[in-house]
Design a protein around this ligand. Structure first.
Ligand SMILES: [Zn+2]
Length: 373
């Protein structure tokens, strides 16, 4: 997820705010301050409604953060590092480095989030119980947060991947059958089903109840769930298919190379036109210096092509994602997914030996399946 602001670190985990978070923060704050609190509680000043609305909204997102943090800390205690937590329009997501290797680890990790939300809900419930009848605004905040945290836990326990309940479901299937791939496929299919149900429910709410906002919101959530489930489904298929292969198996050694000290004109004349390729590795005597795409060439005005060197416009090697010859193919795939790139140079002892393109991986797997091996 790009376009996010760093908020700092909590327990060593980077916390980020995606720009879409500001949309949901404003929506929730406004609807609380303008509708919810004035509807249920009368006679406060407008300043009080807004202060209570903003405080509730901030505490809600802190609760979401605590939920993700619980997943993350349990994951990390099981040996799987967590890179960051991002809050975005549909809630929060923890970027966990890889999938757990055991069903029991996954179960613990998945349950941690909803358990945390239930606990927070319980604490706010207690706070409400202690403050009701004393200071109404505080009791109102506590009551709302107790409710939403319980709803958050319940929503996340819906048994469709990638929701926590889907992970719980997968870990149970996984433990029962011992088949990770099949369990993932079933849990992600259920997740897609849940997504479709949300979309259908949203459409019904829009057209039958004429509640456009809630309906549209449900449709969006359904669409998001369906997307996330399909992505996990594809990933599970990749994971199974790529098991046991390394960069050396899936890379191609037929890659276009250009030296770094020629001009852009020379590059276009002697490399781009004759080969028809859209990207080039830049290497001097086998040493990888960088990479270059047609996009980089286009960024230079035509009249400067004779005086600009390839070195000046390439993406330098220290900014490139690089794969190693004996790196397993699956982690290369994950690396490409993470950085949203389609090709990656393969390096061995500083020398470029090939590159892996997403298309090549697909071709490689297809050829193997056609040959029946
Ligand atoms: Zn969760």
């Amino acid at each position: 997820m790009g376009n996010a602001f760093n908020l700092g670190r909590l327990f060593g985990i980077q916390v980020r705010l995606h720009y879409t978070w500001f949309i949901i923060f404003v929506l929730i704050t406004v609807s609380l301050s303008w509708q919810y609190f004035p509807f249920y509680y009368h006679g406060w000043s407008w300043l009080m409604y807004w202060m209570v609305g903003i405080a509730s909204s901030l505490l809600f997102f802190s609760s979401v953060l605590a939920h993700e943090l619980s997943h993350s800390l349990v994951s990390r205690s099981g040996g799987i590092p967590v890179k960051s937590i991002t809050l975005f329009i549909f809630g929060g997501v923890a970027h966990i480095a890889r999938e757990p290797e055991k069903a029991s680890a996954e179960l613990k990790m998945a349950v941690a989030g909803p358990a945390c939300s239930l606990a927070i809900g319980g604490l706010f419930g207690l706070l409400w119980f202690l403050t009701r009848g004393t200071f109404e605004p505080l009791a109102a905040i506590a009551f709302w947060l107790a409710q939403v945290n319980v709803v958050l836990a319940a929503f996340n326990l819906i048994p469709g991947f990638p929701l926590d309940g889907g992970r719980v479901f997968r870990s149970i299937l996984w433990r029962a059958t011992g088949n990770y791939g099949r369990s993932t496929r079933i849990a992600t299919r259920v997740g897609q089903g849940v997504g479709y149900l949300f979309i259908l429910g949203g459409i019904l709410i829009m057209f039958i109840l004429h509640n456009w906002f809630s309906g549209l919101w449900l449709v969006f959530i359904g669409w998001f769930l369906d997307n996330a489930a399909s992505a996990s489904y594809r990933q599970a298929q990749w994971r199974e298919a790529l098991q046991g292969f390394t960069a050396a198996d899936v890379m191609t050694a037929d890659y276009p190379v250009a030296p770094s000290d020629i001009t852009v004109s020379q590059l276009v004349q002697h490399h781009v036109f004759p080969s028809g390729r859209r990207f080039f590795m830049v290497a001097d005597e086998g040493r990888l210096q960088g990479m270059l795409t047609l996009h980089n060439i286009k960024s230079v005005p035509r009249q400067d092509w004779d005086v600009t060197l390839v070195r000046q416009i390439m993406i330098p090697v220290d900014k490139l994602k690089i794969a190693y010859l004996n790196q397993d193919a699956l982690s290369i795939m994950e690396q490409m997914d993470e950085s949203a790139i389609n090709q990656i140079p393969v390096v061995s002892e500083g020398r470029v030996v090939g590159f892996v393109a997403r298309d090549d991986m697909i071709r490689f797997l297809r050829t193997r399946s056609e040959l029946g091996i």
